[in-house]
Design a binder for this molecule. Sequence first.
Ligand code: CA
Length: 414
Amino acid sequence: MRLLALLGFAGLLAACGGATPNSAVEQRPGNNASPARGAAVAQGEPSKTDAVPAFPEQNRAPESKSGVTLEVETIADGIDNPWGSAILPDDGAILVTSKAGKLWLVAPGKPKTEVTGVPRVDARDQGGLLDVSVGPDFMTARTVYFSFSEDRGGGKSGTSLAKARLSADRSKLENVSTIFRQVPAWASTAHYGSNIEWDSSGNIYLTLGERYEPESRQLAQDLDAHIGKVVKLKPDGSPADDNPFIGRANSKPEIWSYGHRNVQGAAINPATGKLWTIEHGPRGGDEINIPEAGKNYGWPLITYGIDYPGTPIGEGVTAQEGMEQPIYYWDPVIAPGDMIFYTGNLFPWNGDLIIAALGTTQLVRLDIEGDRVIGEERLMSDQGRIRDITQAPDGALYVLVDDGGKVLRVTPRS
Ligand SMILES: [Ca+2]
């Protein structure tokens, strides 16, 4: 068994370009340099020892050091498990959700203030007030959107999406209406997914978890359920016009892609306009995908992880005909929250993915080339469980720390 584990690990290393744990890591100063070929970030042995990546650098990309030292400043604290954030386009203040069910306005240099009017949320376990996003019409109509786990009665809950008007004085939500409800509701308090992202035509991508339970997880493959899906919606919550399963029998018209586990983070790649998602795996198998219309991302039939007790998931396979491969995976997991594509000039990271890692309490930076990950860096391990990242107008990062209850402003030390 031990030998098998070692062989599996050696196989993974070999697939990453023949690197050995001792090979030197080349310094990589910026985005224009060619990628370093070297050892992966130190991260321990994989849980799924028989997994072989489908292509080189699908995991354990070479470590890439950008040479940046971070300056970290706390701009708000005392927030009960901050979860999601959104920058207001008028003055750059930040809306921050607290999982417990409150919405806060954080303007740097001022005390945080509460925004009232949030509907009741089911805050048991992983549930609560989750993501928040500013509508494309914010400057004229002051529309904000938020996702939450909603009590559906009988101990069941589901992810819901609501819109509201932020009052002119930014003290309350007005005209709150719930515009989409994930069905079926489930007697579970976990895996709500729940990232809100906008495409360039003003449609919403909302990620929906598979609700964790052995029975609900199977519904990630069922097109007649919103469980384990990415849905694409118009701003009123109805299905987007180009959704792939509109008019198909026994299929939900809101579905964009399926076979997802628990996608809590997503971002639009500014270079392509395409949606990228980041998904919690089980033990092993956190994934980045580029979900395309109507495609199947495989959960729970294929995965690079194993179940928590150490047993295989399904047949224990990582690939199957008709199912898409992740463009990148982690084993051991990082337990990802949200992610952004960095588009600023303050850090030398333009075009890179910056990921909030809850499990490893880090920012994870990935070098991207086209649709591939070519380098990985781990940053800021000392602040607690990182849940969410937003880019400030000046290129700084606002970072939400789940267990610390804080909003951090992160800049490069000059
Ligand atoms: Ca996001």
